[in-house]
Design a binder for this molecule. Structure first.
Ligand SMILES: *Cc1c(COP(=O)(O)O)cnc(C)c1O
Length: 355
């Protein structure tokens, strides 16, 4: 089965080999060194600076989203959430559960987020902006430069869920003055699910985390950051994934992040061009390089099923109101152009059945 999904994705051969090995015990100097190397390489990969803090959590991405909100915001805040789909809604739901005052900018499927919308919804009580920089449920990529300038202009903490944008789009912690950036192991890193990483700016750390009272035990960032100074985590982490992460980060470092992103971009653009030639519709809004949404209305489920059953290929189906409308073709993980040629061949053959 070839995976054109967004996570888990096709893993690299080296990762698969490593994942079959016996795990080591982790309270050792050797494991600490791996963790410090993970921290260094991860920071380098996103352009974070020396005093920015890295948190390695054993959790899926949603756990890291919740942990970030719990550690950095309280009932005394008022946050502005960009809600353009399932993942934007997740930030809203987390704020509701924890009683964090929020306002949301709800975007319809076709809408592009503009500075006017931000200005209209802003009020001076706002302390932070929360955004899934790529809304994975529909492939929409928001303008990180515009959001960054807006946050700087209004003195808002800039919190980015970059889970599906890391290594796929132009994400840079320092350049865009990001205060918290969330990444997860099962997307472009192409590892097993289970590890999420939150990069926290020095400013957010000093104002909201360092020496502050915590409302979470397992996800306490302060304790994670203090432990990482000696290359450790407070609790047993997903040891195997952290070892795989080290191998992947080294691999990415040797290729260069810009090069990795460029490859994704090339696959995405070539796929979009060819799919359009076959008569498939791609939405008009700005897209992430992580995936291509295809409007296959009302045959999206059928499209997904035919590919899965007849061609042994898995694209990403949609949920809720988009289930019959949209499928998403991933460009993450170990996929090369020959894989897309096979997919496009199948899409060509099945075209007439979708009428
Ligand atoms: C995948 C993803 C998540 C994490 O989802 P989990 O199922 O909790 O791993 C969060 N945000 C975005 C934008 C994602 O693409």
């Amino acid at each position: 089965m070839k995976l054109f999904t967004v996570g888990p994705v096709e893993m690299f051969q080296e990762t698969l080999e490593l994942s079959g090995k016996q795990l080591p015990y982790f309270r050792t100097n050797e494991f600490s060194e791996v963790m410090l190397d993970n921290e260094r390489l991860f920071k380098k990969s996103i352009g974070a600076q020396g005093n920015d803090k890295t948190v390695f959590l054993t959790a899926s991405g949603s756990g890291a989203m919740e942990a970030t909100i719990l550690n950095c915001f309280s009932r005394n805040d008022r946050v502005l959430v960009i809600n353009g789909g399932t993942f934007g809604q997740r930030f809203v739901d987390i704020c509701k559960v924890h009683g964090i005052p929020f306002d949301e900018i709800s975007l319809s499927f076709d809408a592009t987020l503009t500075l006017e919308m931000l200005e209209e919804n802003y009020c001076k009580e706002h302390t932070a902006l929360l955004v899934n920089i790529h809304e994975t449920s529909n492939g929409k990529l928001y303008d990180i430069g515009m959001l960054s300038r807006f946050c700087a202009d209004k003195s808002l903490f800039f919190v980015i869920d970059a889970i599906s944008s890391y290594l796929a789009d132009d994400i840079n912690f320092n350049k865009y003055n990001v205060d918290a950036l969330i990444v997860s192991s099962q997307k472009a890193l192409a590892l097993a699910p289970g590890i999420s990483i939150v990069q926290v700016s020095e400013k957010l750390y000093e104002e909201r985390i360092d020496g502050k009272e915590t409302r979470t035990f397992y996800f306490d960032f302060y304790s994670h950051i203090k432990n990482l100074e000696r290359g450790q985590t407070p609790f047993t982490p997903a040891v195997g994934i952290l070892l795989e992460l080290n191998q992947r980060l080294k691999q990415i470092d040797s290729i260069g992040v810009a090069e990795v992103v460029e490859h994704r971009k090339k696959m995405a653009n070539m796929f979009r061009t060819e799919a359009s030639k076959l008569g498939y519709e791609v939405p008009q809004y700005t897209l992430s390089n992580a995936l291509t949404p295809l409007i296959v209305k009302p045959h999206a489920k059928q499209f997904y099923e035919i590919l899965r059953k007849r061609y042994d290929m898995m694209v990403t189906p949609s949920g809720g109101s988009m289930a019959d409308v949209l499928v998403r073709v991933g460009h993450l993980g170990n996929l090369e152009w020959k894989d897309y040629e096979l997919l496009l061949g199948a899409m060509d053959e099945m075209r007439d059945e979708l009428k």
